[in-house]
Design a protein around this ligand. Sequence first.
Ligand SMILES: Cc1cc2nc3c(=O)[nH]c(=O)nc-3n(C[C@H](O)[C@H](O)[C@H](O)COP(=O)(O)OP(=O)(O)OC[C@H]3O[C@@H](n4cnc5c(N)ncnc54)[C@H](O)[C@@H]3O)c2cc1C
Length: 407
Amino acid sequence: MAAIIRLANEFLFPVTARGGGVGYTGGAVPVDGGIVVGTDRMKTIIELNVDDLYITCQPGLTTYDVQQAAAELGLLFAPDPASYKDSYIGGNIAENAGGMRTPKYGVTKHHVLGLEVVTGAGEIIRTGGRTVKNVVGFDLTGLMCGSEGMLGIITEATLKLLPMPEATSTVRANFTSMEAACKVLTKFTPHGLLPMAMEAIDKFCIAAVEENFAFGLSRDAEAILLVAVDGSREEVEKNARLIEQIISENGGFDVIRARSKEEEDKLWDVRRAISPSLMKYGTLKINEDVVVPRSRVPELVAGVERIGKENDTFVANFGHAGDGNIHVNFVVDRDDAEAVARARKCVSETFKLSVELGGTISGEHGIGYVKAPYLGYALDDATLAVMKGIKRTFDPNGILNPGKMFV
Ligand SMILES: Cc1cc2nc3c(=O)[nH]c(=O)nc-3n(C[C@H](O)[C@H](O)[C@H](O)COP(=O)(O)OP(=O)(O)OC[C@H]3O[C@@H](n4cnc5c(N)ncnc54)[C@H](O)[C@@H]3O)c2cc1C
């Protein structure tokens, strides 16, 4: 990898790293040409250490590969993007991917202990290490998380593992609106509860997955909330019952709880099936992943529905409501230029609304080239200047992934 980057510096051609290629902001697309470095064959697990709770591996393993390798030894790799069977660890780190379990476990950066990286100058550097605590020098590991292949190429990662919780339980409830479903998100903490996952799904997503997969969801529901907890068996039983009660007291109806692992998997299959199913509504799906503080999610979903109506554009919402990260999908016909222009206007208004509500324009998909024109909505000039300086330090000749983020 270092030899490739050194060659690129000598002949000044761009290099774009590619993982599973399922990023949502075009990060792995070589917009300025050059070469794409695939990591498909970098799939070695170098060490899996049960006593010290870490795995060291190459970047081309999928998230699922790492989860499975850890699970075989009774351990949990917590980050779980819905794309877990396709996305690679290198891509997860470069995008700082989130997932369903974020409310309790955080995002990818909270589970990366150390990295080996080839910088844009062709130097091999090692960041962090194998220990949970490490404050020697600047936190370059944190800096690499979310760096979108623009500072260096990750060639090895040491990831934090946790003991596998004994049990999990998922509760599903219907609501009369997305707003009503999202108002429940803040009702658990006064009871001392931090659910592992809290996902909201609107009626358009329900209709789309029903049509494709016939899960048996009620089409009368305007929204669904999925809430999951994990821990010891007794703890999970007690907390799941409490969650059912809190949801019922706060407008949820048809509340059900999975009684087996199969039933639980089925509830989550619904959630994972949404994104592809939405193509039923049009040939162009603009999937944004805005994020706001959790208490502002009801205002965000109401605002986005209003923006869609005002601009005569179909919008479907779902996502990781428990961490404030909603996937807003404007779906139109890609051949209808006016409809596409209206959808782009909706995107811009949604970004502004998210910032006004104290949030930002991306919770987990990153900027890539797709969101690059909107970076200024979220970052001021002084902050941007620092970021550009960091880019120059790592990649003085602008070899790595040009045409992304700063355009
Ligand atoms: C159906 C679906 C569901 C999704 N659900 C989620 C979700 O729940 N949460 C979430 O966060 N995202 C989600 N995503 C988005 C996507 O899966 C993540 O962004 C994921 O982390 C991308 O991984 P990848 O391996 O496909 O990366 P790629 O798309 O291949 O690349 C993404 C970026 O990482 C860089 N990169 C790749 N490998 C390296 C490396 N070794 N070193 C340095 N840079 C590198 C690339 O240059 C590019 O900029 C979803 C996508 C789909 C299609």
